[in-house]
Ligand binder design. Structure first.
Ligand code: GLN
Length: 400
């Protein structure tokens, strides 16, 4: 056996069995592939247009003013106060910034700190699928077993994704600790209705289950759809962890500033994990994020309108070139059916797309626990400049 093979076999003994059960993120791998092949990157969901000058200046000022040392581990006080004021104005909830808000390194860290803070080995966590990739490894690393509930594609353009009430009820079992909810949803664009949230609320109360809701796309909504915060429903405030971040709303995904809102005892638990995992999110960027949260109402209207224009421009292109998809109700992704292209699977299609067509998308299987379920889908992110989308359209037309 070659020496390098022996070395690699010997090194394997040092690896934790925990990491054998999942791969690195395919979403982030596709961004690397896009760079490698010079493709238009519609895989990872980050904007390629600039953030507002006002908040960029706030970040520069914070560094110049020497806000360069650790913030309080739960988050800078003025930023937590700004989050409380923002949530009050949007959802009418009165939060105690000292006991109920924890600033984390992005919603990514908020989610895993939450799960590590509440789950014991043997607990089960309900996840709607298709689901944002991170939730699978997050549940696994926290010792919990995911229970998946299917989201079913819309029947017509006007409809949204749905789920079967009986399937959801059956997923609530004696060991269920939490349900992870992402609304507006990545990757489907589904925006859960009040009736659906109330149904989930009733099940959470009946089975004594926690809701962990990722509401990072709350401002990206189409066709007059409204976002309802789970914690604002009667009976849910005391059993909800709400996760959010500045990444998507203010187009600053690289800042890594997010937060978790939870009742004091649950906040205490996730704060312990957060403290030892990361100590805190970047201090000057928390300062700038406080400025972001104070932007006027018109900022959010403008954001939604800009995304509306992108959706209007891009979804018809996909359908014209042979994908099948409906316009999402929220967020900035679309799951597109690829069966017309007659590829063996989503991975070989995504490879062809990035290497030969010059557009990066995410293979659908990345969003399902059973890869077969996503075999005829890919996900596109359309949070890009109009000219980027036009260039992607030009390239995608080569599929015809
Ligand atoms: N939410 C983004 C996506 O789904 C990516 C987030 C990330 O890579 N951390 O593409």
């Amino acid at each position: 056996m070659a020496e390098s093979a022996v070395q690699s076999r010997n090194q394997k003994q040092f690896i934790s069995s925990k990491v054998e059960f999942f791969t690195e993120s395919v979403i982030r791998e596709m961004t690397r592939q896009a760079y490698l092949h010079g493709a238009v990157n519609l895989s990872q969901g980050y904007p390629d247009f600039p953030a507002s000058d006002e908040i960029k200046r706030a970040a520069q000022d914070a560094i110049a003013k020497d806000i360069n040392q650790y913030a309080i581990t739960w988050g800078a006080k003025n930023f937590r106060q700004a989050i409380a004021a923002h949530v009050k104005s949007l959802h009418g909830l009165d939060l105690d910034p000292d006991r109920e808000i924890t600033v984390c390194c992005g919603s990514t860290e908020a989610m895993i700190s939450s799960l590590l803070g509440v789950c014991n080995p043997g607990d089960e966590v309900i996840i709607f699928e298709p689901f944002y990739e991170n939730y699978g490894p997050d549940a696994f690393l926290s010792g919990a077993k995911p229970q998946f509930v299917k989201l079913l594609p819309p029947a017509t353009e006007k409809d949204d994704w749905t789920f079967d009430e009986r399937e959801l009820r059956a997923a609530f079992r004696p060991h269920t600790k939490a349900i992870i909810l992402n609304t507006p949803n990545n990757p489907t664009g589904k925006v859960f209705t009040r009736a659906e949230l109330e149904l989930i609320r009733d099940l959470c109360v009946e089975f004594n289950v926690l809701a962990i809701t990722d509401e990072i796309y709350e401002h990206i909504l189409y066709d007059g759809t409204k976002h309802i915060a789970m914690a604002s429903l009667e009976g849910m405030r005391e059993r909800t962890i709400t996760i959010n971040s500045v990444s998507k709303t203010y187009s600053v995904t690289g800042w890594r500033v997010g937060w978790a809102i939870a009742p004091p005892s649950i906040s205490d638990a996730l704060r312990k994990v957060h403290d030892f995992l990361t100590v805190g999110a970047p201090a000057p960027l928390q300062e700038a994020s406080a400025t972001a949260l104070a932007l006027p109402h018109s900022y959010y209207q403008d954001l939604a309108e800009k995304y509306h224009e992108r959706r209007r421009r891009f979804i018809p292109v996909l359908n014209e070139v042979g994908f099948r998809c409906s316009p999402p109700k929220g967020a900035y992704y679309v799951m597109a059916d690829i069966s017309k292209f007659k590829f063996a699977d989503d991975v070989s299609f995504a490879k062809y797309l990035v290497e030969k067509i010059g557009v990066a998308a995410v293979p659908g299987s990345s969003f399902y626990h059973n890869p077969k379920d996503g075999m005829q889908q890919v996900r596109f992110a359309f949070c890009k400049k109009l000219e980027t989308l036009d260039e992607a359209a030009k390239r995608l037309k080569k599929l015809n």
